[in-house]
Design a protein around this ligand. Structure first.
Ligand SMILES: NC(=O)c1ccc[n+]([C@@H]2O[C@H](COP(=O)([O-])OP(=O)(O)OC[C@H]3O[C@@H](n4cnc5c(N)ncnc54)[C@H](O)[C@@H]3O)[C@@H](O)[C@H]2O)c1
Length: 295
């Protein structure tokens, strides 16, 4: 494998592109939004600068990594001759189905199509293509350049060959792949999201405040950050969407999203990316946020 396309330059897409480029893969980064591409490259540059300051990479590594990335605003001309496409666009079944149909029509027959979806069925996404045996889940964790885990999800038709290629590739970029089967939420979010949802219920029921809930989980369970802060980092819209996929998939009320989460998403309070979620991330109240986060 040498040529890798990444669809979506948001939180996950820019991290995935950064990681492959740092390991010297030729990366095509594609987003429908030019602004998202620019923001993605700025984020990659900032993250490389941080690594440089910590002497984890050299100036030459930074230059090579950035030179390995080319940006595009359309799938059409950018996914030919690719060995792998990793889709990291917005978490939405209809959108992902549309993207996979287009990829299947344009990509070479050899190209493996991976999705970074947090919860949507790999089998369902694969079904819109004529190559379901070459479709796989490659679930990176945020922030991608730092987090070691990649959950590798086998769709109903994914072949052993494709599984082994993706496992080997994950090891080459210094990640630790874990193989799982294709059920809603896979492993990571099936366990994480009910905890986040329950912490929102705890807040909603007035049992304790935001800081208190996060402090209990940080100090009591040795979690590096509290569940409400983690939800802000993931994005409250992403959390809601994952819970809905599990609720629909299992038809079990234990996955029903808390009404407070639904209300916050409807109000545009999406966490870090919108400037406010359970905490305030706007510049004017930065000191207050920091104080809250490190209690
Ligand atoms: N945020 C997390 O912590 C996290 C962790 C693991 C997996 N994921 C998954 O990764 C995927 C991306 O999530 P994110 O948090 O990076 O979202 P995001 O909202 O930060 O970025 C999504 C990007 O996709 C782009 N996009 C939308 N439609 C497109 C199209 N047709 N073609 C190309 N680009 C398109 C948008 O312009 C946006 O820049 C989702 O499936 C999500 O579930 C997210």
């Amino acid at each position: 494998m040498k040529n890798i396309a990444v669809i979506g330059a948001g939180t996950m897409g820019n991290g995935i592109a950064h990681t492959f480029a740092q390991f010297n893969y030729n990366v095509h980064l594609i987003d429908i939004s030019e602004a998202a591409l620019q923001k993605g490259v700025t984020t990659i540059t900032k993250n490389l600068d941080r690594m440089l300051a910590k002497e984890k990479i050299s100036e030459a590594d930074k230059t090579t990594t950035l030179n390995n990335i080319t940006t595009f605003t359309a799938i059409k001309d950018s996914v030919k001759n690719m060995d792998l496409v990793v889709e990291a666009a917005t978490e939405n079944v209809a959108l992902k189905s549309k993207i996979f149909k287009e990829l299947d029509a344009i990509c070479d027959a050899k190209t493996i199509l991976a999705t970074n979806t947090s919860s949507i069925s790999i089998t369902q996404i694969a079904a819109v293509t004529k190559r379901p045996e070459k479709v796989i889940g490659m679930h990176f964790m945020n922030p991608v350049p730092i987090m070691k885990l990649v959950e590798i999800i086998r769709g109903y038709n994914t072949t052993d060959e494709v599984m082994s290629e993706i496992v080997a590739l994950s090891k080459k970029i210094s990640k630790i792949p874990v193989e799982v089967n294709d059920y809603p939420g896979f492993v990571a979010n099936r366990i994480l999201m009910p905890m986040i949802n329950e912490s929102i219920e705890t807040l909603y029921n007035g049992v304790a405040g935001v800081t208190e809930i996060d402090t209990v989980m940080k100090l009591g369970m040795a979690h590096p950050m509290g569940p409400l802060q983690l939800a802000d980092f993931i994005g409250l819209d992403v959390c809601l969407s994952i819970l809905n996929v599990m609720y629909d998939g299992f038809k079990n009320p234990k996955y029903a999203p808390c009404p407070l989460l639904v209300n916050m998403v409807n109000a545009g309070k999406l966490g870090v990316k919108s400037g406010e979620g359970f905490y305030d991330y706007t510049v004017s109240r930065k000191a207050e946020t920091v104080a809250k986060m490190f209690v």
